[in-house]
Design a protein around this ligand. Structure first.
Ligand SMILES: Cc1ncc(C[n+]2csc(CCOP(=O)(O)OP(=O)(O)O)c2C)c(N)n1
Ligand SMILES: CC(=O)[C@@H](O)[C@H](O)COP(=O)(O)O
Ligand SMILES: [Mg+2]
Length: 617
């Protein structure tokens, strides 16, 4: 039987790719694109960015001597073509599944994965580190950071450019500009890139790009441009030239000839180089080109029709938040909704349409998002920052210094708290309870169901200081959601079941498995609701009437809600035995969410087994 991918079959590693002649690369690109499409249709994953990076990946591995030359993929959600031609084609069937390969570059997966990514805008810093390491070691390695226009909106990318442009290291930054983040890209930089493409800059830049490839010997032309640049003669300079880079482009990132020629020339240059390429997100697959947002990260789908598998029958917590935000905005004109580039994932699409003047997508700028909210709160507005737990890690100082210290009434709607499944440890929200509960002035809530989530968000809005509501990815137990909103008593949990000997003190998503286990154990169950302030009265009562307390949370055990309980018992001088259940002190690999929880003992069976272990009949 003839293979569907005859040329791709011959490329197990980049060394095989480098044996191909230039004419074969187009065919390889077509096969690689088709393979990705059919593979991701089976597994789900980040489709659109990968389709857009096919030619770039081939050209990079063709021209550069990987893995000695270092490729650092920003975010890493576009690294599937790279994975496939670096020995992991067969493994794509297990992409993002338990025991399978990760959806992002991972150093212990392959020597070609030079740097683990998942969070955005780290590539220039990491590649610069590698470039400087090569220089210090007297090696001729090249380091390449491949960063998208969305990832380029982050401050961290500019911190790195600022440093790199002033260091004589062999760093190449490739800006993969597809005019999209997950949703359409935003901000002044995005406007600038658009002008660079279409206005007077583009004409000049394109001429320069053509010259690199045209009749003037490319090396001479690049040397001339570099010299002009050094002498400050290049006018008008692009922003990147002002940062000290030799700017080349924009060029067509799907034209393999242009890519290979340009990269070949650049590889011979020394010092900081900046190549601007233009690509199309979803390239080659009409449904993804038409709706790159839908196919950014997609569930399994039917490749012929583009029909995507529907998973959730119940509303997700994200939807509960999105609906609450619109309802709240209708009654609270001072409400402002803020997202750091996660409009769809955070449930802000309807709000952005209904309240465009009160909606701010600030780009991939978590730090700025929080301090921007702080400023709004100073002047009487009620900002709600919708943010994934994992990305809030980026904005810790802003939360402490700019918000909590000044007791500003900013609401944090923290999505993806706990394990997130297929994205794995880069995206897990495992730490927020630990890193938030130690911040003075902050109220911290963990809803156990959809309605509690809505009421907690409302409660957060009524407080005169910062408040956070953290809820998991996906659906909850399916509670009926009340249209009305009322404030919950702050710092009060509720006893959901009265039993004997053992009390399960459950936070958020752990209330449902605690209730399931409790019937079999005849245990008491408290929905603790607040991690801060903790319900000391309830705790006191349960400690005095039970032999064993078990704390349950979908957060690291270390420093989490269970630790808060133990600190409180110590303070109250209550010697009741406590067992803490939560996420262990390891990074948990990607997989199916329910199975991951089960493996941590965080399901009804695991809770039951733990109680039997500590409280024999
Ligand atoms: C710190 C951080 N914030 C948010 C995200 C979520 N995120 C992943 S990809 C992405 C858009 C990236 O856009 P771009 O770099 O242009 O790549 P493209 O998707 O267009 O290929 C966002 C916002 C992230 N990974 N890291
Ligand atoms: C790569 C990235 O950071 C996002 O695309 C992330 O994978 C989205 O996760 P959700 O699917 O949970 O929105
Ligand atoms: Mg982009």
């Amino acid at each position: 039987m003839t293979s569907t991918y005859p040329l791709l079959d011959s490329v197990a590693l980049p060394a095989d790719l480098r044996k191909l002649n230039r004419e074969q690369l187009e065919t390889l690109a077509a096969e690689l694109r088709a393979f990705i499409l059919h593979s991701v249709a089976q597994t789900g994953g980040h489709l659109a960015s990968n389709l857009g990076a096919v030619e770039l990946t081939i050209a990079l591995h063709y021209v550069f001597n990987t893995p000695d030359d270092r490729l650092v993929w920003d975010v890493g959600h576009q690294s599937y073509p790279h994975k496939i031609i670096t020995g992991r084609r067969e493994a794509m069937a297990g992409l993002r599944k338990a025991g399978g390969i990760a959806g992002f570059p991972k150093r212990d997966e392959s020597p070609y994965d030079t740097f683990g990514t998942g969070h955005s805008s780290t590539s220039i810093s990491a590649a610069l580190g590698m470039a400087v390491a090569a220089k210090l070691a007297g090696l001729e390695h090249r380091s390449v950071a491949i960063i998208g226009d969305g990832a380029m909106t982050a401050g961290m990318a500019f911190e790195a450019l600022n440093n790199a442009g002033d260091i004589d290291a062999n760093l190449l930054v490739i800006l993969n500009d597809n005019d999209m983040s997950i949703s359409p890209n935003v901000g002044a930089l995005n406007n600038y890139l658009a002008r660079l493409m279409s206005g007077r800059f583009y004409a000049a830049a394109r001429r320069a790009g053509e010259k690199v490839l045209g009749k003037v010997p490319p090396m001479l032309e690049l040397a001339r441009r570099t010299e002009e640049h050094v002498k400050g003669m290049v006018t008008p300079g692009t922003l990147f030239e002002e940062f000290g880079f030799n700017y080349i482009g924009p060029i067509d990132g799907h034209d393999l000839d242009v890519l290979v020629d340009t990269l070949t020339n650049i590889r011979r240059l020394r010092g900081p180089q900046f190549l601007h390429i233009v690509t199309r997100k979803g390239k080659g697959y009409a449904p993804a080109e038409d709706n790159p947002c839908l196919y950014h990260g997609v569930s399994r789908f039917e490749p012929d029709t583009g029909i995507v598998e529907k998973i959730a029958a119940k509303p997700t917590y994200t939807q509960v938040f999105g609906d609450w935000l619109c309802d709240m905005a209708a009654t609270e004109p001072r409400l402002i909704g803020i997202t750091p580039a996660m409009r769809e994932g955070s449930g802000l699409v309807r709000f952005s349409e209904e309240y465009p003047d009160r909606y701010f997508d600030v780009g991939i700028a978590e730090q700025h998002a929080l301090t921007f909210a702080a400023g709004l709160a100073c002047d009487g507005y009620k900002p709600v920052v919708a943010i994934y737990s994992t990305f809030l890690q980026r904005a810790y100082d802003q939360l402490i210094h700019d918000i909590a210290l000044q007791k500003l009434p900013v609401v944090l709607a923290i999505d993806r708290a706990g394990l997130v499944g297929a994205d794995g440890p880069t995206h897990a929200g495992s730490f927020d309870l630990s890193y938030l509960r130690c911040i003075p002035n902050l109220t911290l809530m963990t809803p156990s169901d959809e309605n509690e989530c809505r009421q907690m968000l409302y409660t957060a809005m009524t407080l005169d200081g910062p408040a956070a509501v953290r809820y998991p990815r996906g659906t909850g137990p399916g509670a009926a959601i009340e249209a009305t909103m009322h404030a919950l008593p702050v710092g009060k949990g509720i006893l959901r079941r009265t039993g004997r000997r053992v009390a399960l003190l459950a936070f958020g998503s752990m209330v449902a498995p605690a209730l399931a286990a409790a019937t079999r154990l005849d245990a008491s169950v408290a929905d603790m609701r607040f991690v801060k302030p903790l319900d000391e009265e309830l705790l006191h009562q349960l400690a005095q009437t039970h032999e064993l307390l078990v704390t349950l949370e979908e957060n690291a055990v270390m420093g989490g809600a269970g630790s808060a309980v133990i600190e409180c018992l110590l303070r109250l001088g209550l010697p009741t035995r406590v067992v803490q259940m939560g996420l262990p002190d390891i990074f948990i690999d990607h997989g199916d969410h329910a199975t991951m929880l089960k493996n941590c003992g965080l399901d009804a069976d695991g809770i039951e087994a733990m109680v039997h272990q500590h409280l024999p009949e």
